[in-house]
Design a protein around this ligand. Structure first.
Ligand code: ATP
Length: 356
């Protein structure tokens, strides 16, 4: 692995008896889009603030390109920042807001003017230079805040829920713009959100936090496909949990059984798993009326339609209730309560969980 641009070792933050951060280690690669994801109170903002230098930690070491910045003041760290509240300076024009980090650094006027215009154009706000913040929409204000954060070419950009105050459509548009700006600039992004879809769609890697502890960190696809424990599985989607007997193992495949169903599960550490295991079976990997891979027949208990998708609860004699999430067009049948259906799944639909 190449040398990380930023490393945090043993980050601890206590408020009284509460562990806001509990011995967190984190490495961030150069140019990476890294997201800190977790429920409210899991420690995301505390970790980002500790990186920024707003919050001091009890025991820790933070290095930036191998230089120890643990005790370095905020301004020395030179990180760009974008927060949820637009945080523009209200009495200043758009261009003065963007120029501000340059003015503080006492750069020549021509350089300030050129870079300000360049950054505003990058965020598609080139025509708004003389506007005042209060004349801008929330999305426009957030674009200007982003232009200001990148204006002095920071080594790392810290973003704390920058889109959460925006409506759904704007949120989706800006997600895309932030992501493409990240690719264009090649700057390292550390992004905080509690929104799973946002994290999955934008990030190279996601770090999942709970109660100040890292639960798992992997690329978006890997995390979704291989949640480590039931907290991660639940947080990233809807899963069915099944307690199974382990009946065999071969290289990286675990053979399991529960009642009249059998499961083949790919796992990295098959030798460390005992004779009992808990599996997560993703609701969107279950299929209704799946000829050829039919494994169970079950009775529909309830159905709810959510636009293109529908959620079906079926009852199986052996496994109990199972939730299936499928597209409404996927099956030739319309699931209705009381209907007997066959359900199936691919071998990669199951994940073996470790106890939390
Ligand atoms: N200044 C403070 N004094 C006391 N407790 C604090 C303080 N700041 C944060 N906490 C607590 O530390 C824990 C972590 O807070 P933090 O803001 O990092 O969580 P978060 O994951 O960012 O949550 P959210 O998504 O709600 O912003 C929470 O339980 C919070 O109440």
């Amino acid at each position: 692995m190449t040398e990380p641009i930023l490393s945090i070792r043993n980050a601890v933050k206590r408020y009284g008896s509460l562990h806001a951060l509990d011995h967190v280690d984190l490495d961030v690669s150069e140019g990476e889009f890294l997201t800190l994801l977790g429920p409210s109170g899991s420690g995301k903002t505390t970790l980002l603030s500790a990186i920024a230098g707003f919050v001091g930690l009890a025991t820790e070491q933070i290095t930036l390109r191998s230089a120890d910045i643990t005790r370095a003041p905020l301004e020395y760290r030179e990180f760009g920042m974008v927060f949820q509240g637009y945080a523009l300076f209200p009495p200043m024009t758009v261009s003065d807001n963007v120029a501000f980090p340059f003015m503080v650094r006492k750069r020549p006027a021509a350089e300030i003017a050129e870079r300000t215009q360049e950054c505003l154009e990058l965020v598609q706000m080139g025509g708004f230079t003389d506007g005042m913040p209060h004349q801008l929409s929330g999305g426009q204000q957030q674009r200007v805040a982003l232009a200001r954060a990148i204006s002095f070419k920071p080594q790392v950009l810290l973003l704390d829920e920058p889109l959460s105050a925006l409506d759904k459509k704007l949120h989706a548009d800006l997600q895309w713009e932030f992501k493409s700006l990240h690719s264009q600039l090649g700057v390292t992004f550390i992004y905080v959100t509690h929104d799973q879809d946002e994290a999955l769609s934008m990030s190279d890697r996601i770090v999942i936090l709970k109660d100040g502890c890292i639960q798992q960190q992997r690329s978006s696809g890997d995390l979704h496909n291989s949640p480590r424990n039931s907290f991660v599985a639940d947080f990233l989607g809807k899963s069915n949990y099944i307690d199974v007997d382990v009946t065999g193992r071969n290289v990286d495949i675990l053979y399991c059984a529960a009642k009249d169903a059998t499961f083949e599960v790919q796992a990295e550490n098959v030798d460390e798993i005992g004779s009992k295991a808990r599996l997560a079976l993703r609701s969107e990997r279950l299929r209704i009326d799946a000829p050829g891979v039919e494994l169970l027949s079950a009775t529909v208990k309830g159905v709810s339609y959510l636009g293109e998708r529908c959620q079906v609860i079926v009852e199986d004699d052996g496994l109990g209730d199972l939730l299936i999430s499928c597209t409404t067009l996927q099956t030739g049948i319309t699931p209705t309560p009381g209907l007997e259906i066959s359900i199936g799944w691919d071998t990669n639909a199951c994940v073996v969980l470790v106890p939390e």
